[in-house]
Design a protein around this ligand. Structure first.
Ligand code: IPM
Ligand code: MG
Length: 365
């Protein structure tokens, strides 16, 4: 039996609560499909600062490099948000790991489960059928450009910087994905103002020549942000830089009903990294009400992208779909029609999906 080593990093806030269920679902997949997973854990972010003084301990990096895939929770703590002068910050752990593992492609699928049409703040008739795949560049841009203070700290800058090769490698990935879908690609930039965006656009145009079957559109970030909620169905694959992608994907989470539903895959040169797009949500941490579905759906992406087990991943998506069809909701995706008996906490929702996953797999056989 083949053996896979999975590194589980719960991180901060609700990260640990939801990742517990991502891991349990993966264990269940192991049982159902006779796959041998072994698990290890590591620290990142605030939890790592508390324990070791640094947000990305060397041990975490070593374990990350050795694993077949990484399942991550969330990062961030209010104590740092309230004090911008702190030099050591949880987010540095996540950004450092993305950079060290060369995770330049962040894939964020935005797919609305039919049952959640009413959970979104956007009108159902606008949403129905929306299905968008974001390719967010993850190791460049203002996130990693030179940053500093000058004039005695009274002036600050973060350099928005991209090199051609960085745009090329993610553009290829996005075009290839578009070829397998509706063959429409929107590249989002701010080329009317930014030089880095002009290089981005030029490079995407060059790469496009190799994919004549894909329809390429360029969209400025401001109008893309508007169109995304005005007509989400016009988008198929969206390719964008690190900062614009960060903002647009949070916006797009409303298309999927809730941030609590969205999973993401970060892939590149080394171990793949899988995480919900939601943050550590300190306001609800420890209350047992966080939605574990994004972590569970992250496991589906992990199986597909790092272990080449798309069918197994699909059975998880099917289990989530059936759970929603049976009317079960966590509080963030419940609406006025959800009976109290069907509003579940984190553990009850995780257990429900696990139970339904067993049925899904037995129906397949
Ligand atoms: C995300 C998050 C991170 C980012 C933060 C926590 C550094 O918002 O993954 O979208 O900005 O990339
Ligand atoms: Mg974000």
């Amino acid at each position: 039996m083949k053996q896979y080593q999975i590194l589980v990093i719960g991180g901060d806030g609700i990260g640990t609560e939801v990742t517990t269920w991502g891991k349990k679902i993966l264990e269940e997949i192991g049982n159902l499909y006779q796959i041998h997973f072994t698990f290890d854990t590591a620290l990142l972010g605030h939890a790592a600062i508390e324990a070791t003084g640094t947000p990305l301990p060397e041990e975490t990096l070593t374990k990350a490099r050795q694993a077949n895939a990484i399942l991550f929770g969330a990062i961030g703590h209010p104590m740092y948000d309230n004090d911008p002068s702190l030099k050591v910050r949880p987010e540095q752990g996540l950004l450092g790991l993305r950079k060290a593992l060369g995770l330049y492609t962040n894939i964020r699928p935005i797919k609305l489960f039919d049952e959640l049409l009413n959970a979104s703040s956007i009108k159902p008739e606008i949403l129905k059928g929306a299905d968008i795949l974001f390719f967010r560049e993850l190791t460049g841009d203002v996130y990693f450009g030179e940053k500093a203070r000058r004039d005695d700290g009274n002036t600050a800058y973060d350099m928005m910087i991209y090199s051609k090769y960085e745009v090329e490698r993610i553009a290829h990935k996005a075009f290839q994905a578009a070829q397998k879908r509706r063959k429409i690609l929107h590249s989002v930039d701010k080329a009317n103002v930014l030089e880095s965006s002009r290089l981005w656009r030029e490079t995407v145009n060059e790469v496009a020549k190799q994919y004549p079957d894909v329809q390429l559109h360029h969209q400025f970030i401001d109008s893309a942000a508007m169109l995304l909620i005005k007509s989400p169905r016009m988008f198929d694959v969206v390719l964008t830089g690190n900062l614009f992608g960060d903002i647009l994907t949070d916006e797009a989470s409303q298309i999927a009903g809730s941030m609590g539903m969205l999973a993401s895959a970060s892939i590149g040169d080394s171990t793949g990294f899988y995480e919900p797009i939601h943050g550590s949500a300190p306001d609800i941490a420890g209350k047992g009400i966080a939605n574990p579905l994004a972590s569970i759906l992250s496991v589906a992406l992990l199986l597909e992208h790092s272990l080449d087990m798309k069918a197994q991943g699909q059975s998880i998506v099917e289990a989530v779909d059936r759970t929603l069809k049976q009317g079960y909701r966590t509080i963030d995706i419940a609406d006025e029609n959800t009976p109290k008996s069907h509003i579940l906490g984190t553990d009850a929702m995780g257990a429900k999906v696990t139970e339904i996953l067993k049925q899904v797999v037995s129906d397949l056989w």
